[in-house]
Design a protein around this ligand. Sequence first.
Ligand SMILES: [Mn+2]
Length: 495
Amino acid sequence: MAQKPPPPTGTTTNPAPLPVSRRLVTPQDNTNPHPDSHKETQLPKTKSQNPTASSLAHAMSQPDSDAIVADAAAAATDPSPAPAPAPPVVEWPEGGALTRDWVAGLESTLDWCSRHLPGDRLPAVLPPALVQRLVLAAAAILHREPNLVRVDPRPGQAVVVVGDVHGQLHDVLFLLRDAGFPSEDRIFVFNGDYVDRGAWGLETFLLLLAWKVLLPNCVFLLRGNHESKYCTSVYGFEKEVMTKYKDQGPQVYRKFLRCFEDLPLATIIAGSVYTAHGGVFRGTIVVPSKRSKKGKKGHKFEADFTVDPTAMKLGSLDELLKARRTVLDPPWEGSNLIPGDVLWSDPSLQMGLSPNKERGIGLLWGPDITQQFLRTNHLKLIIRSHEGPDARDKRHDLLGMDNGYTIDHEVECGKLITLFSAPDYPQFQASEERHNNRGAYIVLNPPDFATPVFRSFEAVKPRPAAHPFYDFEEVIDSDEELNLDAMDSGTSSLS
Ligand SMILES: [Mn+2]
């Protein structure tokens, strides 16, 4: 049961060669980010596109050499060459409902801003009122979802599962495009950790929220441990929002925190695949009440067992559904432990359930627990995220995250997979030596959805220049150790 899983290369589909769409994110290309756009995400014809940009795009889409020569000549005589025109201020669409064109426009605007605009000038293009309206619209939808969302694809729909993205906007743009964008054909399930570490957490999360509002039944956004007050105060997102939105920052940040509380915790896809950021969770311990110590006739008797608060059993899906997820920081003590377990736990090759001492919150669980969880719930796969190449460097029992995923447990009923979607992570590193990891996403295809197709991808390079929003040299060791005193345990204190 505890056998070491085979190396990933032997068990995966080789990632396809990078498609033409890589051009989406190369700097010289940003005037027309969708030259060969997927039909559902065609950008509206922009009025502001200058002749150089459109002829360049034309040349890039036409392999014919005469066309390139002709366009190059036209460009040479163009008196107003290159610099990309600033996008218009983003406004909520007339009529109130988001459209595909609007989301595609937002996407290219965010991409443009990340390349050409200092962060603190973002409000000129993305007004704080617009940001708050989008966050609130998404939060209203997320709030109505249960802790455990049942994702039931319609006939023909495939499901794309995505792991941590950590504010690496350009890699997310690439991933969405490479995987085919959310649509009637394609559901997306994101496993959390949208913000922190990377320089564009706000842009990344907003874009995903826009997709959620546009297609609430095709896009599912789960909570990661970084969608919390504590993590965002240490790993950059809070400072990012304050830097970009200045006076309006506190108000905008509060809206984001509220939205984090509304993010659901887990999905079950097509009845057979469980996904969550960290993983499985412990059951609620029921302490017998005084009343239950009385016999039927009211005679007191000594309970013939004692409850060991450290004894842990695997939780049920019913318990997961009943947990209270509206907490700024999932508590590591008390009676509401399920959210912290789901968001912070890690697999291990040691059998059983034990406290996750490295992290100070959540669990470690072994292959026997994976088997028990799959069998009890009639599942075939667990897809969790949460461990990047840095975390895996310290886990000597588990495989490295070089390809963006690992198969950690293979048991009778199925597999446990870790999926990480931020390539070349973290964006800011203190040492010259980078992990140079690839990111990955998983495609689950009908009819059974239980045979994952892995797609690994390289980071989009070069990344636009950006400043970190946290002291990355001091917090090298990511979230492995919590400062429990700094965490806001218990209920939301937001007004
Ligand atoms: Mn995480």
